[in-house]
Design a protein around this ligand. Structure first.
Ligand code: SAM
Length: 322
């Protein structure tokens, strides 16, 4: 029988401390055991949403729109294979994607004509939403450090008709220095321990997890976040997100930056149109952190949403930091 006890014991012990109540803890554990509904977004860069909905209905797929975003839908998990192999997906008219990704992009809220940096971009799911929000205008610089993932990113962008994106095979840690103050907005969807992707059905999803790995990732995340801030214009917006529960990869990264750049950066409250949110922690393992961290938030996973931690920064208007 599949039970949560198959997950690493240290992970479960830590999760119990991160989540405030028994009820929330048990809901989150259940989300590791159950397949999620499948969600997808209609790609308005290429197609009229009504034509896609008519086609999907004809194929027997009954999809329900999210009330805050009428071009994103969910349908039963058993539709996943049919959707993935449907010509709409193969031709880039729909993109199978969790709504948590949409919420991260909506928090960045890029506008047509702006310059946007996507600092850890592959496979490109969030880049596509940014391109759509920007109506394929302005410019997105999408950076990816891992070669096979970089080529996958290029393929996905091309397939989905994202024409305002330039791609760079590069270590994101170097971008801030090279492109100081260049971007209106920056998304850092950081490489992380991917705890939100743990699934009891896939032991490989947690086989590389360890507390040591979390510490290593936290170092990298801090460097990438400094780079993201450096590349952003004064007054610009930076969204930091991970699909990890670990405070070391989330609140402690944000806290570190707030401490190092006291006048250069501030947090804006994460406000989202969903109820399954938990405010950021202000202490972890006996360490007190900035009270400002309550402005950050975790999306709590359920049968629809993947877990995600989100922080929104605004760079000081007269900042020369970092
Ligand atoms: N934003 C992507 C999306 O929505 O499809 C997912 C990004 S994934 C969480 C993080 C990405 O960062 C991975 O593709 C990983 O290869 C890449 N990465 C790892 N280290 C990096 C670095 N130093 N600079 C840039 N990208 C890096």
């Amino acid at each position: 029988m599949n039970t949560a006890t198959q997950l690493p014991e240290a992970f479960l012990r830590r999760l119990r401390l991160i989540l405030p109540s028994d009820a929330v803890y048990h809901e989150v554990i259940t989300s590791f055991l159950m397949p999620k509904l499948v969600s997808f977004r209609i790609n308005r860069l290429k197609v009229n949403p009504q034509a896609v909905m008519t086609g999907l209905k004809g194929a027997g797929i009954r999809a329900t729109a999210f009330d805050y975003w009428p071009h994103m839908f969910h349908c039963p998990a058993e539709n996943r294979a049919m959707l993935l192999s449907h010509p709409f997906a193969e031709n880039g008219l729909i993109y199978i994607q969790n709504p948590s990704s949409l919420l991260a992009a909506l928090l960045l809220a890029p506008m047509p004509g702006e310059t946007v940096l996507d600092l850890a971009a592959a496979p490109g799911g969030k880049t596509l939403i940014l391109a759509e929000l920007m109506e394929n205008t302005g410019q997105i610089s999408a950076v990816e450090a891992v070669k096979p993932r970089f080529f996958k990113l290029r393929h996905i962008l091309e397939l989905h008709g994202a024409k305002n994106v330039k791609t760079y095979l590069q270590d994101g840690k170097t971008v801030g220095f090279k492109c100081q103050g260049r971007f209106d907005r920056t998304l850092l969807d950081a490489p992380c321990s991917s705890e939100a992707r743990f699934s009891i059905q896939e032991p490989a999803s947690w086989s590389h997890w360890s507390e040591k790995k979390i510490q290593e990732l936290a170092r990298k995340q801090k460097q990438l976040l400094f780079s993201a801030i450096q590349a952003t214009k004064p007054g610009g917006i930076i969204v930091y997100c991970t699909c990890s529960f670990a405070p070391e990869e989330n609140e402690m990264v944000v806290n570190h930056v707030l401490k190092k750049l006291p006048d250069g950066i501030g947090l804006l409250p994460v406000e989202l149109p969903i109820a399954n949110l938990q405010r950021g922690l202000t202490h972890w393992n006996d360490k007190e952190m900035s009270p400002e961290l309550v402005k950050t938030a975790r999306i709590l996973p359920d049968n629809v949403y993947n877990a995600m931690y989100l922080a929104v920064f605004i760079k000081g208007q007269f900042s020369r930091a970092p």
